[in-house]
Design a protein around this ligand. Structure first.
Ligand SMILES: [Zn+2]
Length: 69
């Protein structure tokens, strides 16, 4: 897990952007760009599940709609 997190942090420089003094990349985490929520974060959309749901319901996310078929 640590290796994967390090790899990701190095790729996106998320850790550097979030905490300048952070040396251990295992502590790196993403936050929702809208509400700042750290849990339930959807990396693909860079927002949390709650903001994702609101956006999806408003039709602001192209190609995303309620799963009924
Ligand atoms: Zn959010």
């Amino acid at each position: 897990m640590a290796g994967k997190a390090q790899k990701y942090a190095a790729k996106t420089k998320t850790a550097k952007r979030l905490r300048g003094s952070l040396k251990h990349s295992t502590k790196a985490y993403n936050r929702c760009e809208i509400c700042g929520r750290s849990r339930g974060y959807i990396r693909k959309y860079k927002i949390c599940r709650i903001c994702f749901r609101q956006r999806a319901m408003n039709g602001e996310l192209p190609g995303v709609h309620v799963a009924t078929w």
